[in-house]
Design a protein around this ligand. Structure first.
Ligand code: SF4
Length: 676
C-alpha cells in the first residue's frame, strides 16, 4: 500500500486555489486545502473542498463510442478516429466548426485551434468564453488595450473602494470575497449592483444599487455626471493618460438624474453615494461579471464601466482597474491560445499579416485570413461540428431552437469526460482525461499561469484532449505539424507563438507556487501582476473614453409575460453541472433547479414555497420548484442555469450583442403559474 500527498489546483472557478490530494494505491481518497498556496491561503469553498469526487462517478466515459443504427457501440481509438477523419475530409472549410471549452488546458486549446486552422483551413474556432466574457475584449481592447483582468487577486486587498458590478461574488468567487472582507476590515467600501438581494448584498455591500436588470448604462452615466458636477474627476490622470474626455463630458451634460432614477429604479441619493464613494477612493477596483455583461448591450456596459474607471483615475495601479471575472478554470487561457474566430494565439487579430506570421511559425501555407463564425452562429449554420468539454445544449440561450439545428447536423463529434445533453445527439463520442489525469497548464483569472501535474491514470481508454487532437491530425495527414509527445513540447511551441508567455517555462512553473502572471517577456522576468502601470496597451498608449447611450432590454414585459426573468449561479454548482451534480455532498446541498419568487408575487399567484411551478417565455417552458424569498424584488424571477431538468436556457432569448456576439441571457419576459 502506498499513500502520497500531491499538491494541485482546484478544477472549478478561475481563482486557481491550491488543494492537496491524498492518493492511495493510485486512487484519490481524500483532500485538504493547500495551506501555503498564495491564492487560497488555507481555504477552499464548498466546490473546491469536494473537488475530486466526480472522477469516480460510474458513468465516466471510458471508451470511444460510435453511433451505429441509432445506438452507441464501443470502438477502438483507431476505428473512431478513422471514421472522424473520413467524415471531416468531406467537409469544406466553410462547413466545419470547432467548439472548445474554458475547461481545456492551454495545451489542449492551443492544439485545437491549430487543428482547426491548419487541418480544416478555417477560423471557425470558438470556446464558451464567447457566451459570457466576450464583451471584455470587444470593449476593453479599444478602451485600454486588453480584455484581461488588470490587477491581481491579492492586490484587490489594496483597494479602498471595490465596485462589484453584476457579480454575486460570495457565491461565484468565494475566495475573492474573503479578500474583500479583509479590505473592508481596513476601511474599504463596497458598492454592488445587482437586482437581487444576494448574500453579497447582505454581507459585503456598503451601497447596494438594486437596479432593474439591464439598466447598467443609465446608472453609470448618472454616476459619471454626478462625479463631473462635483468636480471629483481625476484631472491629472485624464490629462496625461486618456483621450476623448470632451466628447464624454458633452454627452454626460445631458444626463437627467430623475430620469436615471426612473429607468434604474435606484434613488438618486443612492446613486450619488456610490458615485462619490468611488470617485473619492484612492484605489477603486471594479470587478464585474455576467450580471453586467451578459446582455445584448454587454460591450456598451463594459465600455461604460471603463469610462468610469478612467474618469476617476482608477486604472494602472495595483488594486484598481476594470476587471472581468471569468468564471471557469481556463476562461483566460483558452482565449489566450486563440480559440476565438477573430484571434490567433496571443490575441493576434485574424488577417493576412497574422496568417503569414503563423504560416512561418507552423511551417504551413494558406492559413485562413477571414474571421470565422462565432459560437452561436456555428451551431445554427454548420454541418460538421466538433465540440469539446462543454454542453451547448445547456449553455446556449433558446435551447429548443439549438436542438432543432443540431439534429440536422451531418456529423457531430463530442469529446468529454461524461455523457452530456449534446452527446446524446453525437455521431461519435470520445472519452477525455480530467484535469488531474494529465500534465498541463491553465491560466486563471488574473493572468496567473500555473502547472498541474498528473496525479492518477485516466480510466479505461480516456486520453488527454491534446493527445486525441494530435492523433486525429495524424490520421488526416498532418503528423509532422502535430508531432507532440508531451504537453511540455506543446507549451514550448506556445512560448514561441504567444509573446505574453515567452518567459514562462514548465521548469519555472514547477518551482513557483502560485504561478506567474503574463505578460512575462523573458525567463528572468518576474511576471506582471498589475497591467498598464506606465501606459495602456492601445496604439497611442492612452485610455479611450467612448460615450454609451442607454438602450432598454431587448424583450420587455407585457400583460402576457409580466415578469422579468434573470439567470445565475449557486455556490454549490458549476456551470452545466456535469461535475458538481456527480458530487454527492454538493447534490445534498442543492439537488434540483428552482425559481426564486418574491413573496408578494407568490401570494398573488397562489404559490407556496416548494410548490412545483411552470415558468414560460416565448421560447418554451420549464418546471421548477418555487423558492419564495425576498432575495428577488417583486416582478423579478431568478433561475440558476445548472439543472438540465429545469433548464433556464430553454427560456432565455438569443438576441446577440452586435460587437461581442454574446447573448442577452440576463433579461427576458416570463410568466409563472402553479404546475397544472
Ligand atoms: Fe475552487 Fe474557486 Fe472555490 Fe477556490 S474559490 S476552491 S478555485 S471553486
Amino acid at each position: 500500500m502506498s499513500i502520497e500527498y500531491v499538491s494541485t489546483i482546484c478544477p472549478y472557478c478561475s481563482c486557481g486555489c491550491g488543494i492537496d490530494l491524498v492518493v492511495k494505491d493510485g486512487r484519490i481518497v481524500g483532500q485538504e486545502p493547500w495551506k501555503e498556496h498564495p491564492v487560497n491561503q488555507g481555504g477552499n469553498c464548498p466546490k473546491g473542498k469536494n473537488a475530486y469526487k466526480f472522477l469516480y462517478s460510474a458513468d465516466r466515459l471510458t471508451m470511444p463510442l460510435v453511433r451505429k443504427n441509432g445506438t452507441f457501440k464501443e470502438a477502438s481509438w483507431d476505428e473512431a478516429l478513422g471514421l472522424i477523419s473520413a467524415k471531416l475530409k468531406e467537409a469544406s472549410p466553410e462547413d466545419f466548426g470547432f467548439i472548445a471549452s474554458c475547461r481545456n488546458s492551454n495545451e489542449d486549446a492551443y492544439v485545437m485551434q491549430k487543428f482547426t486552422r491548419v487541418v480544416m483551413g478555417t477560423n471557425n474556432i470558438e470556446y464558451c468564453g464567447r457566451l459570457c466574457h466576450s464583451p471584455a475584449a470587444a470593449a476593453l481592447i479599444p478602451a485600454m488595450g486588453s480584455g484581461a483582468m488588470q490587477t491581481s487577486q491579492p492586490e484587490i486587498e489594496l483597494a479602498d473602494c471595490i465596485f462589484l458590478a453584476g457579480v454575486n461574488i460570495m457565491e461565484t468567487f468565494p475566495l475573492i470575497a474573503r479578500r474583500i472582507f479583509r479590505a473592508k476590515a481596513k476601511g474599504a467600501k463596497v458598492i454592488y449592483t445587482d437586482p437581487r438581494k444576494t448574500a453579497t448584498a447582505r454581507y459585503l455591500a456598503d451601497v447596494h444599487l438594486q437596479l432593474r436588470s439591464g439598466t447598467d448604462a443609465a446608472l453609470i452615466n448618472a454616476m459619471m455626471s454626478i462625479i463631473l458636477a462635483e468636480g471629483l474627476e481625476d484631472k491629472e490622470f485624464i490629462a496625461s493618460r486618456t483621450a476623448g474626455i470632451d466628447e464624454l463630458r458633452t454627452f454626460l451634460s445631458k444626463v437627467d438624474l430623475k430620469q436615471a432614477e426612473e429607468i434604474t429604479g435606484v434613488p438618486v441619493e443612492k446613486i450619488k453615494e456610490a458615485a462619490i464613494t468611488y470617485a473619492k477612493a484612492e484605489r477603486g477596483c471594479i470587478l464585474y461579471d455576467q450580471g453586467m455583461s451578459q446582455h445584448y448591450v454587454g460591450t456598451d456596459n463594459v465600455r461604460n464601466h471603463a469610462n468610469l474607471a478612467l474618469l476617476c483615475g482608477h486604472a494602472g495601479k495595483p488594486g484598481s482597474g476594470i476587471n472581468s471575472m471569468r468564471g471557469q478554470i481556463n476562461g483566460e487561457g483558452s482565449g489566450d491560445m486563440g480559440c476565438l474566430c477573430v484571434f490567433y494565439p496571443g490575441f493576434k487579430r485574424v488577417g493576412e499579416e497574422t496568417a503569414k506570421l503563423f504560416e512561418k511559425a507552423w511551417g504551413v501555407n494558406n492559413l485562413p485570413t477571414k474571421p470565422g463564425l462565432t459560437y452561436i452562429d456555428m451551431l445554427y449554420k454548420l454541418s460538421y461540428l466538433y465540440v469539446v468539454g462543454g454542453d451547448p445544449m445547456m449553455a446556449v440561450p433558446d435551447v429548443n431552437n439549438v436542438k432543432k439545428a443540431l439534429e440536422k447536423v451531418n456529423f457531430l463529434v463530442v469529446q468529454d469526460i461524461f455523457p452530456t445533453e449534446i452527446s446524446k445527439l453525437a455521431h461519435v463520442v470520445l472519452p477525455a482525461a480530467t484535469w488531474v489525469e494529465r500534465e498541463a497548464t491553465h491560466t486563471w483569472i488574473d493572468r496567473r499561469v500555473q502547472k498541474i501535474n498528473k496525479v492518477v491514470e485516466p480510466p479505461g481508454e480516456a486520453k488527454p484532449d491534446w493527445w486525441i487532437m494530435c492523433k486525429l491530425a495524424e490520421k488526416m495527414g498532418y503528423k509532422d505539424k502535430f508531432n507532440f509527445s508531451s504537453s511540455g513540447e506543446i507549451f514550448e511551441e506556445i512560448r514561441n507563438c504567444v509573446p505574453q508567455y515567452k518567459g514562462i517555462t514548465y521548469d519555472r512553473l514547477s518551482h513557483t507556487v502560485g504561478g506567474i502572471h503574463w505578460p512575462c517577456p523573458s525567463e528572468d522576468h518576474p511576471g506582471t501582476p498589475t497591467m498598464f502601470l506606465e501606459k495602456f496597451n492601445t496604439p497611442d498608449g492612452l485610455g479611450h473614453f467612448q460615450a454609451v447611450e442607454f438602450k432598454p432590454p431587448a424583450e420587455l414585459t407585457d400583460d402576457e409575460y409580466p415578469y422579468v426573468m434573470t439567470t445565475g449561479r449557486s455556490i454549490f454548482h458549476y456551470h452545466t453541472g456535469s461535475m458538481t451534480r456527480r458530487t454527492p455532498k454538493l447534490v445534498d446541498e442543492v439537488q434540483r433547479g428552482f425559481v426564486e419568487v418574491n413573496p408578494e408575487d407568490a401570494s398573488k399567484a397562489g404559490i407556496h414555497n416548494k410548490d412545483m411551478v411552470t415558468l414560460e417565455t416565448r421560447r418554451g417552458s420549464i418546471e421548477a420548484e418555487a423558492k419564495v424569498t425576498d432575495e428577488v424584488p417583486s416582478g423579478l424571477l431568478f433561475v440558476p442555469f445548472h439543472f438540465s431538468e429545469s433548464l433556464a436556457n430553454v427560456l432565455t432569448i438569443s438576441v446577440l450583442d452586435p460587437s461581442a456576439k454574446c447573448a442577452e441571457t440576463k433579461v427576458c419576459a416570463a410568466r409563472l403559474k402553479v404546475k397544472g
